[in-house]
Design a binder for this molecule. Structure first.
Ligand code: KG4
Ligand code: ZN
Length: 337
């Protein structure tokens, strides 16, 4: 079965076709980042318009490369969570194609896409595993018992990790989204004279809170004006260390709590090199293994939606009658596959 997947929940337009028989994946990705940069964050209306401008032609391209629209056996799209207008674009195109071809169509949960993205790597984790989902909009630890069976172990009470990276980067004068640039600055020095708190690590539980780090960064920045390049790098280093340390402590706890020996890291912040190193080390010490999706599947993409959609479509799931999108949608409400 060839499943077309369309992702348009935020500022990336992703289109992919997954062949369930061969495991082959073809994908196209377009990032709108430059469009939003001058506003310092994603502007929902601009995002919708840009998806309209790109999604249909990207879908056409990928389908003509594969031999035409008739090659599609089923269609999956991101139904939520995300920006309502942006979601509507992918949903409309997906529904249109499915109706025209009289093929099954399914709305996919964006976070399920991220959670299952490591299954697209050569080294696939076995179930069950703990997943750390760290993106610009979400931070959560999830008990993944089997595909479709998710139990949220802990979430952020305020900012997501990626958001904390981006807001702190903005305070340091870096362009949006500053996460990767802050990380590069942090890695340019070996140590730092600054310290940041490790929020919520000194009490039990698996919840997170990252908004305090942004405030701590603001205080340090105000006390160290004018910022030199070295001070900027040292602040980034200390900030990144605090975030990575906090995530390490909570991931370790989640492994102990569930008794699982596999940790999967997904979402854009999963591209962070220090996070990868530190979690790798933590897992080794616990006789556990950590799995990361390929970098191209860490950020938003159509491949993860095609894959998650395919798993459900093969199992007979479809929602041909429903035409809606869900800007808010609980991961735990999904039916098991
Ligand atoms: O998953 P994603 O592409 O989009 C969302 O669904 O949010 O995640 C994007 C987030 C941004 O906040 C970005 O700054 C952050 O991931 N990010 C990073 C790195 N690469 C991307 N944060 C820290 N270090 C990185 N290397
Ligand atoms: Zn995402």
């Amino acid at each position: 079965m060839k499943v077309l997947g369309i992702e348009s929940s935020c500022d990336e337009t992703g289109v992919a076709v997954f062949d369930t028989e061969t495991g082959g994946m073809v994908q196209r990705l377009y990032s709108q980042i430059e469009r939003h940069q001058e506003y310092g964050g994603v502007v929902p209306e601009l995002a919708s318009r840009d998806h309209v401008a790109k999604a249909a032609s990207m879908t056409k391209d990928i389908l003509s490369e594969l031999g035409g629209i008739g090659e599609v056996d089923a269609v999956a799209y991101t139904r939520g969570p995300g920006l309502i207008g942006a979601l509507m674009v992918g949903a409309s195109i997906a529904r249109g194609i499915a109706w025209a071809l009289d093929k099954p169509v399914l709305g996919v949960h964006h976070m399920e896409g991220h959670l299952l993205a490591p299954m697209l790597s050569d080294e696939k984790p076995q179930y069950p595993f703990v997943a750390l989902l760290v993106s610009g909009g979400h931070t959560m630890l999830v008990d993944v018992n089997s595909p479709g069976q998710y139990r949220i172990l802990g979430e952020t009470l305020d900012d997501a990790v990626g958001e904390a990276f981006d807001k702190t980067a903005k305070l340091l004068g870096l362009p949006y989204p500053g996460g990767p640039q802050l990380a590069a600055l942090a890695d340019s020095v070996e140590s730092s004279g600054f310290t940041f708190p490790r929020p919520m690590t000194n009490r039990p539980g698996l919840e997170f809170s990252f908004s305090g780090l942004k405030t701590a960064a603001l205080n340090i920045i105000q006390q160290n004006q004018p910022l030199t390049d070295l001070v900027r790098a040292e602040i980034s280093h200390a900030f990144q260390r605090a975030v990575v340390d906090t995530l390490r402590i909570k991931c370790g706890r989640a492994l102990e709590h569930t008794g699982y020996s596999r940790l999967v890291v997904a979402g854009g912040v999963g591209a962070n090199i220090q996070l990868r190193k530190v979690l790798q080390h933590m897992a080794e010490q616990k006789n556990a293994r950590v799995y990361f999706p390929a970098i191209e599947y860490c950020t938003d993409n159509g491949a993860m939606i095609a894959y998650a959609g395919a798993l459900r479509l093969i199992a007979g799931h479809r929602d041909d009658e429903i035409y809606d999108v869900l800007p808010r949608w609980s991961l735990q409400s999904l039916p098991a596959i």
